[in-house]
Design a protein around this ligand. Structure first.
Ligand code: NAD
Ligand code: UD1
Length: 338
């Protein structure tokens, strides 16, 4: 019996595969490498001593994906595969709807056909839109501000409808806050293509001298120092949440939703300081205008995950920055080309 990990070569997927292999699960990765590289598999093998089975396949090609279900006894699925850049989704909405929605529909069709009716899905705190208050609980109203967020919300609804129609399904939806950091080995980490959109990959490149300075998007928010506040979570803590969520979905039919965050908010300037301390390198920054679509504060109430999944974040901001700095220093150009 194997767990299928779609998008398992990506940032969060690769860390989750390491955790799954380390508890002895059999893993099959399906990834089209549109935002990742095959050499991740070598790194996973170095860390765990095991090499996951890999299919280079696109979820949009249902025939190609059916081969994976035919050739393996897939018992459950952890579904990471999808596009994730907010700005790009605004520029190319059809590409985002097609990849994320059609890809998920194809996956679910195969899951139903082959009787693998347990799934953990990667959603995002973006489904809370502009939250009315913080911390954010799972029962807050849902809305989105961009096509990427819309795909996450639509997939949540698709999975919910599937559960109504087929009582054999068990679905855990994880709403991630801001995943950062890297594996403590320094062998796997985040490797964004081109100029990073997210804060930490940018900060680490400024400290490494790749970019001259960080633009801090706004210092006039209603927050303690005026800069945006987020709930950063170590990617290894996040990976471990998937093991608990999978266990839960195996035992509980129907769908449930969980925030995956620490419950602590840090401002952009606090992050800059934490990274400087962890890396021992300065991070130059300039205050710039607000980024359109950004909210002042976003952090989780993570209690439901603790109560029902038995999961809580263990690593602090120092661990996140230290592990990211180690990954950045060891891999200044990211992963080598295939
Ligand atoms: P990532 O881009 O590193 O990983 C996604 C993987 O999916 C990549 O390896 C990519 O090649 C693969 N992929 C994309 N489309 C595919 C397709 N059609 N068929 C097969 N493979 C495909 O992203 P990540 O940061 O690891 O995020 C994983 C998931 O978590 C995504 O669904 C993302 O939207 C979600 N998420 C991420 C964050 C974040 O900050 N990283 C926050 C909230 C939610
Ligand atoms: C962004 C996405 C969100 C996605 C999340 C995780 C937007 C509007 N939202 O959220 O949908 O789920 O990433 O992938 O893109 N910042 C700077 N300078 C920078 C980069 C960021 O000051 O160069 C600030 C931002 O204004 C924000 C904080 O840093 O206050 C975090 O930004 P980022 O890492 O992009 O994450 P989110 O905005 O939370």
């Amino acid at each position: 019996m194997s767990i299928l990990v779609t998008g398992g070569c990506g940032f969060i997927g690769s860390h989750t595969v390491v955790e799954l292999l380390s508890i002895g699960e059999d893993i099959v990765i399906l990834d089209n490498l549109s935002n990742s590289k095959e050499c991740v598999l070598d790194r996973i093998e170095t860390i765990t001593g095991k090499r996951p089975k890999f299919y280079k396949a696109d979820l949009l090609d249902i025939d190609e994906c059916e081969k994976v279900f035919k050739e393996n006894d897939i018992e459950s699925v952890i579904h990471f595969a999808g596009f994730k850049a907010v700005g790009e989704s605004v520029a190319k909405p059809m590409m985002y709807y097609h990849n994320n929605i059609t890809g998920t529909l194809n996956l679910c069709a195969l899951m139903s056909k082959y009787g693998a009716k347990t799934i953990v899905f990667s959603s995002s705190a973006t489904v809370y839109g502009m939250p009315k208050s913080v911390p954010i609980s799972e029962d807050f109203p849902l809305s989105t501000t961009n096509p990427y967020g819309e795909t996450k919300l639509m997939i949540e609804r698709i999975l919910s409808d599937i559960c109504v129609s087929d009582k054999e399904y068990g679905v855990s939806v994880l709403r991630y806050f801001n995943p950062i950091g890297a594996h403590e080995s320094g062998l796997i980490g985040e490797d964004p293509k081109g100029i990073p959109n997210n804060l930490l990959p940018y900060v680490s490149r400024v400290a490494a001298g790749i970019y001259e300075h960080l633009s801090v998007f706004g210092d006039d928010y209603d927050t303690p120092d005026g800069t945006g506040v987020r709930d950063y979570i170590h990617v290894v803590d996040l990976a471990k949440a998937h093991l608990c969520a999978l266990d839960y979905a195996r035992k509980n039919k129907g769908i449930d939703y969980f925030n995956v965050g620490t419950g602590n908010g840090y401002s952009v300037l606090e992050i800059v300081k934490a990274y400087e301390e962890a890396s021992g390198k300065p991070v130059k920054y300039k205050i710039s205008p607000r980024r359109p679509g950004d909210i002042a504060e976003c952090y989780a109430n993570p209690e439901k995950a603790y109560k029902l999944l038995g999961w809580k974040a263990e690593k602090g901001i120092e661990d996140m920055c230290r592990d990211l700095a180690r990954w950045q220093e060891g891999n200044p150009e990211g992963y080598p080309d295939n």
